[in-house]
Design a protein around this ligand. Sequence first.
Ligand code: AMP
Ligand code: MG
Length: 423
Amino acid sequence: MSTSTQQRSNAMMRDYDTIEAATALDIVLQSVQPLAPQTVSTFEALDLVLAQEVMAQEDLPPFPCSAKDGFAVIASDTTNPRRLIGEQTAGYIAALRVEPGTCVRITTGAPLPPGADAVIMVEYTHEQDGLVTMQRPVAPGSDVRPVSQDIAKGQRVLASGTSIGPQEIGLLASLGYTSVAAHPRPRVAVLSTGNEIVEPDTLPRPGQIRDSNRYTLIAALRRAGAHPVSLGISTDEEDILLAKVTEGLDTCDALVTSGGVSMGELDLLKPLLETLGQVHFGRVNMKPGKPLTFATVAAKPVFALPGFPVSSLVSFELFVRPALRRMGGHRLVLRPRVPVTLAHSLQGDPGRPEFHRAELVWEDGKCMARSTGAQSSARLLSMVGANALLALPKQDKPFAAGETVMAILLDHPESDPYPPGWA
Ligand code: AMP
Ligand code: MG
């Protein structure tokens, strides 16, 4: 027997402790770091996390300008009507100077001509034969945006760690930053495993099953802000699995597999990962997703998710997504958790805490939870229409209608600060 085969068969025999989901999440989050910042084009920076401070290199506005369409005047000048000496529109400097008794037509955003100290809105004037009558006086500074009113040169406008949204991108552009340092999207390799798994565009022969997990997980990775890289499907054969896992780890920041982590003799991922790196846990006290396995290989996280479609997606939500957000530099890595009211009774699981798929709806000012039906871990339809996972403690007797339980909101951006609590 070769050394690696010996190691593998030893590892096969390893009996993994079942750990609590909260402990598993702590282990995962402690095992991953924000990825090293890269310079990215401001256009590509949406939803990334800024890895630098941004200082204003310029004043904004850079010149005093008009906030309205109207006439540039001297506020203290009481001449009425005034003589119109020309116009200043946005985009250039007209060689005009406002003197007492005169005014200049001006448009929004146009530089205030020298001499003027206020703008009167066109709505408060009457213009005829080159003369402008002001229907009300204006105070000095009226409708003038002075230099640096919005941003002063040297001011810090964005802190490192800021999540970059449309307004941050606009702010960067307004200050001339066409690129910034940001944490990149984690590149994540995705592998489906199983002798029975075939591509969705083929007609499965007897005994075969179409690969849904890779499609689901790639979509979930995109939603999590990661960059998915498909490794296709591997059979349950050590050498093929090893080649795929190695390819994923060589080319990506993290690896997500599905299948092959249960107790069957073809469940080869745990022993394979034992030979490559460190398996931190191989069993979690939860339903679905008990066989969830987490390893690090050369400091890269490997999530070996269970094969059942709901188990893999629920474990992705609870463990992979927070880890990827942390790798992306986000400070907030957990979905919001809120108390909700059960709309009907629910049979709990006597053996394990359950993440029950549910739809939350507002009724009479209360957030009510309705089960999505049969909770089989093979039934992807239990996730369809689910906007929450109810974190139900293990319990023999049913949960009663009207009872309050904690719900993890699946359609809401992360809002809990790290470090997390649980349910
Ligand atoms: P396993 O974790 O490999 O024991 O697989 C558990 C169950 O999930 C089996 O019924 C598999 O056929 C199914 N399964 C595994 N991988 C996939 C996949 N990629 N897509 C759909 N079902 C899968
Ligand atoms: Mg399998």
